[in-house]
Ligand binder design. Structure first.
Ligand code: SAM
Ligand code: DTB
Ligand code: SF4
Length: 329
């Protein structure tokens, strides 16, 4: 008799399409139950983002302000210094973030002085007792190992959309390239942060494909960002219709049901959502946001308005345990 455990059942495309087609409030109700079985529903993990290398990216991702293929208001800059980056990280910690995420507009990591500087940034962020996350484009296994050795907790690399739509969004790298990077990150023992964007011309099938692809990663990603397109002047997607709030809520709810243990981030696009729509996302299982005035190159809701929203909803940053939160009242 074989002692090899049977493979985990795969999430099929039909399963996800069925979920997304359910009446919205039924879906939210189930997602809220799954959420409460796996997480404290009052706690929201708070990350802060910083673009450490902005613009001039050789990739042609159609949504992105930083692609050299698009003429956008974002201009190319050199890599920030380690000192300037750590000064931002200190401020992020003081403002309540527990994770600092650094983004570089690179196609891929190249060995050399810039990568060495990013490794120093990661070490410095860890010394501040913050979790460290980076998003640097494609990485090879030996580079992922070096990131892990520097203390990196999370690597963000989104699948962005379903495989059938990917070539309509990017042509300079492939879906399998993205999966290869996620594999290198996973093999190095770094937590995987991978999600997608809504509103980039995808069909509901492509959305379902994305969720099935993420749910079938083994192990499932520890962090899943759901972004709604921030329309950037000069990109091929500047005139896309805004994604309806109900579709963001449904996607969040389906992701929570399919990937129950993950930290599910309501990521770019909150600035275009009402408080009520964000509240439904939190009810449906979103339990992470970016704090701070800026994402990478575009604005994020003001920290004051996020604090007011948390107060109305009885939410608190996950880094403040309940006794600390009570003491602060
Ligand atoms: N170069 C790296 C990469 O491609 O993974 C990292 C940077 S990229 C800005 C990280 C993610 O941000 C993208 O994969 C996409 O999901 C999201 N993103 C980028 N521009 C966006 C926009 N205009 N609106 C919403 N999300 C966006
Ligand atoms: C993710 O999924 N969203 C973040 C983070 N990972 C790196 C980036 C959002 C970028 C939004 C557009 C901008 O500010 O340039
Ligand atoms: Fe933007 Fe990243 Fe694509 Fe470069 S690889 S264009 S930074 S999303």
């Amino acid at each position: 008799m074989s002692l090899v455990p049977p493979p985990a059942p795969k999430t099929s495309l039909v399963d996800v399409e069925f979920l997304l087609a359910r009446p919205l409030l039924d879906l939210v109700f189930e997602a809220a139950q799954v959420h409460r079985a796996h997480h404290n529903p009052q706690e929201i993990q708070c990350s802060q983002l910083l673009s450490v290398k902005t613009g001039g990216c050789p990739e042609d991702c159609g949504y992105c302000s930083q692609s050299a293929h698009s003429d956008t208001p974002t201009k190319k800059e050199a890599l920030l210094s380690v000192e300037a980056t750590l000064a931002e990280a200190r401020q992020a910690k003081a403002a309540g973030a527990d994770r600092f995420c650094m983004g570089a507009a690179w196609r891929e990591v190249r060995d050399g002085s810039d990568f060495d500087a990013v490794l120093e940034m990661i070490k410095g962020v860890k010394e501040l007792e913050l979790e460290a996350c980076v998003t640097l484009g494609m990485v090879q296994p030996h580079q992922a190992e070096r990131l892990r050795e520097a203390g990196l907790d999370y690597y963000n690399h989104n699948l962005d959309t379903g495989r059938s739509h990917y070539d309509n969004v990017v042509t300079t790298h492939s879906y399998d390239d993205r999966l290869g990077t996620l594999d290198a990150v996973r093999q190095a023992g770094i937590h995987v942060c991978s999600g997608g964007i809504l509103g980039i011309g995808e069909s509901s099938q492509a959305r379902a494909e994305l969720l099935a692809e993420l749910a079938n990663l083994d192990p499932q990603p520890e962090s899943v960002p759901i972004n709604a397109l921030v329309r950037i002047e000069g990109t091929p997607m500047e005139d896309k219709d805004a994604v309806d709030w109900s579709e963001v809520v449904a996607t969040v709810a389906a992701a929570r049901i399919l990937i129950p243990a993950t930290t599910l981030r309501l990521s770019a696009g909150r600035g275009q959502m009402t408080e009520e729509a964000q509240a439904l996302c939190f009810l449906a299982g979103a339990n992470s946001i970016f704090l701070g005035d800026m994402l990478l190159t575009t604005p994020n809701p003001a920290p004051k308005s996020d604090a007011a929203l948390f107060s109305k909803l009885g939410l608190r940053p996950a880094s403040r345990n309940s006794s600390a939160a009570d003491a602060g009242k």
